[in-house]
Ligand binder design. Structure first.
Ligand code: NIG
Ligand code: FE
Length: 391
C-alpha cells in the first residue's frame, strides 16, 4: 500500500498548468502544497487547503518545480575531448569530425566502463534536478557497438534514441551510400528493439537531406519515432524534413530561414534549443525570441556530450537561455520542463498536477527565477523521482 506525503510551505510552486494559480503558462501558485501518493501527484493548491496525509515535508518557504526533462543528451561514450576544447578556445572552430575521436574511445571501452560513465553523468544530472532524460547511441557506428550502446542506455531510461547516423562511420569513408544501407538495414534491425526514437545528424560533413529522409523513413517503418539534429552548423533541410516527417523535435535550430520558423510554427514539432553547444563551441546563439514570438513550442536541453556541450546541468542551460537567448526566466523554466516533455511527446511529466508523475525539484531559493538570477550556484536541494526522494 502506498502512503501519501504532503510537501507544504512552498513559497512558489510551478505547476505548468495555466488553469491554476496566476494563470500564466507556469501556473504559479504562491504559498502552495503538493500531495504525492505512490509515484503520482494527487493534489496541488494552496497550503491552507491541503488534505490530510500520512507524511509531511516542510519546504521552508522555498520553490518547487517539476523535475527537469532533458530531452537531448549523448551519454554513452568513453574518453573526453579536452584537447579539442582547448584548441577551440584558442580559435579553432567546431566540426562534426571530432566525433571520430569519441567513436574510437567508445569502441575500445568495455560495457562496464561505458555504464560507469553513464551512471556518473546521470547522477550529476539528477543532483541538478533532472528526473527524465533522453539519450542516444552514435559513438559506436557498427551494428554491435550501436546496439550495445542502446542496450546499456535502456537500462536507465525509456527515452532511448538510435543515432547510427551521427556521422558516416570511418570504416565507410569511401562509400557513404553503403553506410546508409547499413544504418537503414542490419543496424536498424539490431537497434530498433532497444530504442523508442531514431535521430540523424543532418549537416554538412554528416548526412544530407535525402540521406536523412531515407534513414528516418526506414526507422518509422520499424516503429521508431523521428527526431533530428537540424540546422546546427549551417542552413539546411533538417527543420523542413522534421516537420514533413512529424518528428517530435528538431534539435539545435541555430540557422533558420523564415520558412523554417513558419514550418515549425504550423507543426507539432518542437524546437529544442541546446545553448550548452553554442557556449562550448563559441557559436552564435539560436534566436529563441524569433521562435517564441512565431508561436513555436521551444524546449531547452543540455545536449550533454564530450564534444560540443560537456554539461549535464539544466540550470546552467536555463541561465544561458535567459542571458544570451533572451528568453524570460518563466519561458526558460517552462521549456526545460513542459517543453522537454512535449519534445518527448509525454503528458505524464513536466507538470505538477493530479495524475502527473511525482517528479519534483526543490530549490534552495524562494522562486524559479533564481535559476537564472543566481547562475552557477547549486540551488537544487531536493529531488523526488516517481514519488521517492532521491536527493
Ligand atoms: O548534438 N551535432 C552532433 N552531435 C553532437 C555533438 C557530438 C560530438 O561532437 O561528439 C551535438 O552537438
Ligand atoms: Fe546532440
Amino acid at each position: 500500500m502506498s502512503s501519501s506525503t504532503v510537501i507544504t510551505n512552498i513559497a512558489t510552486l510551478v505547476t505548468n498548468d495555466p488553469s491554476l494559480g496566476d494563470g500564466s503558462p507556469l501556473g504559479l501558485v504562491q504559498d502552495a502544497a503538493v500531495v504525492i501518493d505512490g509515484d503520482r501527484v494527487v493534489w496541488t493548491g494552496e497550503s491552507s487547503k491541503a488534505p490530510a496525509t500520512d507524511n509531511r515535508v516542510d519546504a521552508g518557504g522555498r520553490a518547487v518545480l517539476p523535475g527537469f526533462v532533458d530531452s537531448h543528451s549523448h551519454l554513452v561514450f568513453a574518453g573526453d575531448r579536452t584537447q579539442e576544447f582547448n584548441a577551440r578556445m584558442s580559435g579553432r572552430s567546431y566540426t562534426a569530425g571530432g566525433i571520430r575521436t569519441t567513436v574510437a574511445a567508445t569502441r575500445a571501452a568495455s560495457d562496464a566502463e561505458l555504464e560507469a560513465n553513464l551512471t556518473r553523468y546521470l547522477t550529476e544530472a539528477l543532483r541538478q534536478g533532472t528526473t527524465t532524460f533522453e539519450t542516444k547511441s552514435g559513438y559506436g557506428l557498427t551494428v554491435e557497438d550501436e546496439s550495445r550502446a542502446l542496450r546499456l542506455a535502456a537500462k536507465h531510461t525509456d527515452e532511448v534514441t538510435y543515432l547510427g547516423a551521427h556521422i558516416v562511420s570511418p570504416d565507410y569513408a569511401d562509400d557513404p551510400a553503403a553506410y546508409v544501407d547499413l544504418v537503414t538495414g542490419e543496424m536498424l534491425d539490431a537497434c530498433a528493439p532497444h530504442a523508442r526514437w531514431i535521430d540523424v545528424f543532418c549537416e554538412k560533413g554528416a548526412f544530407d537531406g535525402d540521406q536523412a529522409r531515407a534513414i528516418l523513413t526506414a526507422g518509422k517503418a520499424k516503429g521508431l519515432h523521428p527526431r533530428i539534429h537540424a540546422n546546427q552548423l549551417s542552413y539546411g533541410p533538417g527543420v523542413q524534413l522534421a516537420v514533413e516527417l512529424d518528428a517530435a523535435s528538431a534539435d539545435h535550430c541555430t540557422h533558420l530561414t523564415d520558412a523554417d520558423v513558419d514550418a515549425l510554427a504550423h507543426s507539432d514539432t518542437v524546437a529544442t534549443l541546446l545553448p550548452g553547444a553554442e557556449f562550448s563551441t563559441r557559436a552564435e546563439w539560436p534566436d529563441a525570441r524569433r521562435l517564441l514570438d512565431a508561436g513555436v513550442t521551444v524546449a531547452l536541453s543540455t545536449d550533454c556530450n564530450p564534444g560540443s556541450s560537456f554539461t549535464s546541468s539544466v540550470p546552467f542551460c536555463i541561465a544561458l537561455a535567459v542571458r544570451d537567448m533572451r528568453m524570460t526566466p518563466d519561458e526558460a523554466v517552462w521549456s526545460a520542463t513542459a517543453g522537454g516533455a512535449a519534445a518527448l511527446r509525454r503528458t505524464d511529466i513536466g507538470r505538477l498536477t493530479p495524475g502527473a508523475r511525482a517528479d519534483l525539484t526543490l530549490l534552495d531559493a524562494p522562486s524559479h527565477v533564481h535559476l537564472a538570477y543566481r547562475p552557477g550556484v547549486p540551488l537544487v536541494s531536493g529531488v523526488w523521482r516517481k514519488g521517492v526522494r532521491v536527493v
